[in-house]
Design a binder for this molecule. Structure first.
Ligand code: PEP
Ligand code: MG
Length: 912
């Protein structure tokens, strides 16, 4: 039997259903499902993702059996719709849309009104009794066909879309503002002009044969799977290129037959903030892409549809409720109203900000639609998105000042929460380049509207501001997903690409000027407005807001309650100071997984430098003795903050020249002299010593436990400081659980050498103070040898912590400090799937970790194992750590909620 490549839907029955997303793509599967649950859907058929795979595997050709299957399905649609494709009396028109397994909003192509030509347009006009709308549809079709299938694009970035330019001229000449005000004659002229444009630019005629048109559209849709913006999007969201897209060919219904017709996109709840209630955008007497493209600012469903079209509004609300109940999830729908009747063109789970995701998930549980376990699903709240709840808001005082100073510029539609201040940039490619050169200067990308081509620039920007478009426009959807502050439809702003300026409220701002925007309210200000922390931070960290005063916080707390109930991994924090520790505890950290002691040394550079240049052990000990009280107080502060939670303190790790190098001597001319006098030495001797510290490859040089082995007095001082602090705090009545960690060990002998010094210091302090306490001595696993010989190391080490920053560096032989220049190229060219210093390279580094876990526990069954590299706050890596049986992850304080959520998600997914 030949492969089934085409799936029909219509007339209350469908070949597919919503479980078939892999084959039919999200759109195709959901169209079939909507037909099955009795919603009004125009008939059509889906060409499967296998067609796409075939297309690319066979030099952009289709499987031979596809043609007949398409013809058969087409006949069925004709029957269902009671019209005929290409008929000169009763023509049927089609749309052709992409639809991948995961939605990729606006990244691929769509063609509408397929089947129109000089003959069918006349028939359509007769049939609908609306000549104007027939010609409007024809005009749109020729335009779309030219743009999408024949790929007629602007010649350069200032030119503007050639069809839009012609349309604009026509409007100007006719003295009208909206396309819908153009007369039949003017539309006819436009069709002729567009055809001419195609002929002169593409060198061929616009095809009039409907079958040729439909195959052209199908080819363009499959071809758009590999366009640049779709590839960038897939890289950003980890969607494999191999998946391919499906294509949906569906009978057209018309939103442009008159004032009882409309086209729109809706959300069953707001997806910027998560507020309940149907909302969205619609345009009366308009067609499909007008709303999504953001070219005209649409009307709001929740504001005016009930009065504009009461009956249709009712239908839409009912459909929305039915869909939410059926899918148990907020839906993002596309619909057309033809003569008062609502038709569904698409439904999918709605993209939402992290802010909205939390609210929606918690509300759905509270409304009884889903369980708390379902609320935690990764697809509902991607763990990374939780960080948006911690996003800044405008500082009210600074905002008041800006208002008083007359710097309020305009108000648009609030489409992505978060406040942002930055320099104006009008072009996406410039934003990308600027960001590369000035990573610390925030950018606000200001555009008339954004199109999928702007994706790279949107990624580089902190905030996105557009003059047109509604809450469902491309800019809004994409920035919501990226967690960027976003305002759309800010019509008071006139963007002038030729002068690189914007005009608003009588003011002209140029590219590079500062502008501020509040994605929570839609307000835009000239210059800078200070931002302040989110409500969750105000409640938890600053304690300036009471929990009962913040609904946002309450929902966060409810969610984190579920998270804590379901996760198995513990979550600690990387913190070096009591402040950081306090913040992490506020976010729910359960201990410190890494205190990098060298950070404390940077506050006491004189003493550490004295220690470094000392020529003798005695002189070194003298310097270290001065450091000891500082270290002790720092550790005591941490122990107090952690109040009985475990605290892992790592001994000195970085090469000594980070504290003292030729560069320091050059920058501070009196430093050598000072050091010489402290150590009873000469300037020359100091310089010689500093010169000796220079290393060609410091990351693989004299660092980690190698320092404590060659200079055991450093380890002795640090261990003493730890135990003196622990005893002191214990005497204050606070439980203390120190875990002393040796860095960069690869040999058992290295570990044992350090362990001996640490235990000796502990015994000495216990004896001197008459107090003892429990403690552990363990090691970081940062070099492959340590993982491979974990069995030996675990015979002495009581815990392991994977230092995956170094383990990645040492396994891949990629320097964590020097990989910048090529990682971008690697990512762009799909050499590696993600940045290995952000997400664990599971097949390489991950396998080494697995070996470490297995072998470590083979000699010490209850070995406690964690991770403290930066990966500890990356959701995919946290999930991997769950899978390989680690006990905890440790990450920076603000990543703690993210890591916890990822841990719960994996525990729930694994427990299924
Ligand atoms: C590591 O290597 O993963 C680690 C946590 O240590 P550092 O980043 O301080 O080298
Ligand atoms: Mg390290």
């Amino acid at each position: 039997m030949s492969t089934k490549y085409v799936y029909f839907f219509g007339d209350g029955q469908a070949d597919g259903d919503s479980s078939m997303k892999t084959l039919l793509g999200g759109k195709g599967a959901n169209l079939a499902e909507m037909v099955r649950i009795g919603l009004p859907v125009p008939a059509g058929f889906t060409l499967t993702t296998e067609v796409c795979t075939y297309y690319y595997a066979n030099n952009r050709t289709f499987p031979p059996e596809l043609k007949q299957q398409v013809l058969d399905a087409l006949k069925k649609v004709e029957k269902s719709m009671g019209a005929e494709f290409g008929s000169a009396t009763n023509p049927l028109l089609f749309s052709c849309r992409s639809g991948a397994r995961e939605s990729m909003p606006g990244m691929m192509d769509t063609v509408l009104n397929i089947g129109l030509n000089d003959t069918t347009v006349v028939a359509l006009a007769k049939q609908t009794g609306n000549e104007r709308s027939a010609w409007d549809s024809y005009r749109r079709f020729v335009q779309m066909y030219g743009d999408v299938v024949l790929e007629l694009k602007p010649k350069d970035k200032t030119e503007g879309d050639p069809f839009e330019v012609a349309l604009e001229h026509k409007r100007e000449k006719a003295g009208v503002k909206e396309d819908s005000q153009l007369s039949v004659e003017q539309l006819k002229e436009l069709v002729a002009e567009f055809k001419q444009l195609i002929k002169s630019r593409a060198g061929k005629d616009f095809p009039t044969d409907p079958m040729e048109q439909v195959w052209g559209a199908i080819g363009a849709v499959f071809g758009s799977w590999m366009n640049d913006r779709a590839m960038v999007y897939r890289r950003t969201y980890g969607i494999p290129h191999e998946w391919g897209t499906a294509a949906n060919v569906q009978a057209m219904v018309f939103g442009n037959l008159g004032d009882d017709c409309a086209t729109g996109v809706g959300l069953t709840r707001d997806c910027a903030l998560g507020t309940p209630g149907f909302c969205g955008d619609y345009l009366i007497n308009a067609q499909g892409e007008d709303v999504v493209a953001g070219i005209r600012t649409p009307k709001r469903i929740e504001e005016t549809l009930a009065s504009d079209m009461p009956e249709s509004y009712k239908q839409l609300n009912e459909i929305g409720k039915k869909l939410e109940k059926h899918y148990k999830e907020v839906q993002d729908i596309e619909f057309t109203i033809q003569r008062g009747k609502v038709y569904m063109l698409q439904t999918r789970n709605a993209k939402r900000t992290g802010f909205a995701a939390v609210r929606i998930a918690v509300d759905l549980v509270n409304e009884g639609l889903i369980t708390e376990q379902e609320a935690l699903q990764k697809r509902r709240i991607p763990a990374d998105d939780l960080a948006q709840l911690l996003q800044p808001i405008f500082d009210p005082a600074s905002k008041a000042t800006a208002t008083k100073e007359g710097r309020f510029l305009a108000k648009g539609i609030n489409a992505g929460p978060g406040a942002a201040s930055g320099v104006i940039c009008l072009f996406a490619d410039e934003a990308e380049q600027f960001h590369e050169k000035n990573p610390n200067t925030d950018i606000i990308l200001v555009r008339k509207e954004t199109s999928p081509e702007d994706l790279r620039g949107m990624k580089a920007a902190k905030g996105i501001l557009t003059a047109t478009g509604g809450a469902s426009s491309h800019a809004a959807l994409v920035s919501r997903q990226m967690g960027k502050a976003c305002i759309v439809g800010c019509s008071a702003i006139e963007v002038d690409y030729t002068t690189n300026t914007i005009n608003v409220g009588g003011k002209t701002l140029k590219s590079g000027d500062f502008i501020s925007m509040d994605g929570f309210t839609g307000e835009v200000f000239e210059g800078k407005v200070q931002t302040k922390p989110s409500e969750v931070i105000q409640v938890l960290v600053q304690k300036t807001l009471k929990p009962e005063e913040s609904e946002t916080y309450q929902r966060y707390a409810q969610l984190m309650g579920w998270v804590d109930k379901h996760r198995k991994l513990r979550v600690r924090t990387n913190a070096d100071t009591p402040n950081q520790a306090d913040e992490a505890i506020a976010f729910g950290a359960e201990g410190i997984g890494l205190c990098r002691t060298e950070h404390m040394f940077f506050d006491h550079l004189d003493e550490i430098r004295h220690m470094i240049v000392a020529e003798t052990k005695e002189s070194r000990e003298e310097a270290l003795a001065k450091l000891l009280p500082f270290q002790r107080e720092d550790f005591a502060g941490l122990f107090r903050s952690m109040n009985g939670r475990p605290v892992t303190i790592r001994l000195l790790d970085p090469p000594l020249h980070e504290f003292l190098s030729d560069r320091h001597l050059e920058e501070q001319p009196d430093l050598a002299q000072k050091l010489a006098s402290w150590t009873n030495s000469t300037v020359d001797a100091v310089k010689r010593r500093v010169g000796e510290l220079h290393e060609a490859n410091p990351m693989l040089g004299h660092r980690g436990c190698r320092l404590g082995i060659v200079y055991p007095e450093i380890t002795a001082m640090q261990a003493r400081a730890i135990f003196e602090a622990a005893v002191k705090v214990k005497k204050e009545g606070i439980n203390v659980v120190p875990e002393v960690m040796v860095p960069l060990a690869g040999f058992l002998t290295e570990f044992k050498h350090q362990e001996k010094i640490i235990r000796a210091a502990a015994e000495a302090v216990f004896k001197e103070t008459g107090t003892t306490l429990e403690y552990l001595v363990g090691t970081m696993i940062e070099v492959p040898r340590a993982a491979v010989r974990a069995d030996q190391i675990a015979s002495a080490a009581e815990f392991f912590s994977f230092g995956t920053n170094d383990l990645t560096q040492t396994t891949l032989a990629i320097s964590r400090d020097d990989y910048g220049p090529f990682i971008g190229y690697y990512r762009e060219h799909d050499i590696i799937p993600s940045d290995p210093f952000q997400t664990i390279d599971q097949e390489g580094v991950g396998d080494i970790m697995k070996i470490g876990v297995e072998r470590g526990r083979s000699s010490r069954a209850d070995l406690k194992i964690g991770i403290c590299g930066e990966h500890g706050g990356d959701p995919a890596s946290v999930m991997f750590c769950h899978d390989i049986g680690l006990n905890y992850v440790s990450c920076s304080p603000r990543r703690v909620p993210v890591a916890k959520l990822a841990a719960a998600q994996q525990a729930l997914a694994a427990g299924k």
